[in-house]
Design a protein around this ligand. Sequence first.
Ligand code: NAG
Ligand code: NAG
Length: 393
Amino acid sequence: MTSLRYSAIAAVVLAFCYPWWLKDLLLVKFGIRRLGEPIENFPYKCRNLKHGQLEGCGDMWLDERTRVLYAACAGIQGREEWNPSLSRFNASGRRPSRSELTAIYIDEPRKDGLFKMHRIQQTRYESGPGDGDLDLAGFDVEIVDLSTIRFWLINQRPPYDSDGKLLDASKVGANTTIEVYDYKNREKMMTYTATGKSSALHSPNKIAWMGGNSFVVSNDRSAKVGWRKKLDPLLGGGSLVYHDDWSNSYKTTPKRIPIPGNMVRGQDDRIYVPSLIDDKIRIFQLEQSGSFKQVHVIKMGMPIAGLSTDSMGIIWAVGRSKVDLVGGSSFSSVFKIEKIEEEWIKYKVDKVLEDKEAKFVRGATVVRHDAKTERIFIGGAFMPFITVCDLRK
Ligand SMILES: *[C@@H]1O[C@H](CO)[C@@H](O)[C@H](O)[C@H]1NC(C)=O
Ligand SMILES: *[C@@H]1O[C@H](CO)[C@@H](O)[C@H](O)[C@H]1NC(C)=O
């Protein structure tokens, strides 16, 4: 333990001695010299959707076919009290209505400027100790058929003992599981299907479905609790876990990714992992053996909180002007990333929006692009609304 601690300190000291690291530190971490542009410089007209149900929507998924945006929201206050990634373990501080999925019908505007929307209730998940509520972080969606989708949800449950007594999460951490639910288009209720659990899933923040019952989960920290977790922002510690359907096994990469944000599976089946600490999007490819190999890196010039794809296969990214784990003291930028060459893996990155004065967006963790209307939707775990931006034509 002690020698580990010393090597950690040595690593920190060494890191500070290297000029390239220093440059990275100043430019990327503290956002030095990043002036940013006002939102008026971009061809978008934005507005905020203000509604109690649309607070703290850390992840969203857009069904471009059926014209529904699904948002996983927990309220800001609730996310501040119960947030396993940030080691906030006050389970009784969660929002009384807990977190929930909301269906937003993006082609059905209402007179008040919002859209037609409703919460999606759930049938109770697998028996097991606990309150049976969902504590949603990231999620992914599998399209089952024309009228059915399947939600793959990260559920950051508080820990309970077998008698149903709440345990001290600051000591044992959260009991995060994967909950799978089937949902029929436009219904008010989703139906429980399965739970995934493993000790490899120690701090999941996002999931990507990979076909069948295979999926990838990112752990954004090195451990549930403890001193090493506190050093994650300096030393890295995030990892990818692959669940293989055939062998029903979980395989983890080394804990080297510096605090991953919302990763995504690209149309090329590669996994794109952004970082809240450095400016790299690490691109991983699944090998036959079930391990991930890093095949490429895109340098973005700023930390990236979330990635998504649209129906054209274009990757959308939302970044922060500096390292800012909650997102309250930086401004947000939105990028479009297009693959221009497959063989040599080459990408073209364009900044499409920036909000230097944080007039509309601050602390975003997810952006979704509607290829049909060219509209973008922006949400965040600590954002008090969802932002909608329309392209001015
Ligand atoms: C937990 O949250 C509740 C509700 O916000 C609050 O009353 C309580 O003081 C919090 N407890 C701790 C230990 O912070
Ligand atoms: C975590 O959840 C699993 C799945 O329901 C359950 O079997 C287990 O008892 C839970 N453990 C804790 C510590 O809450």
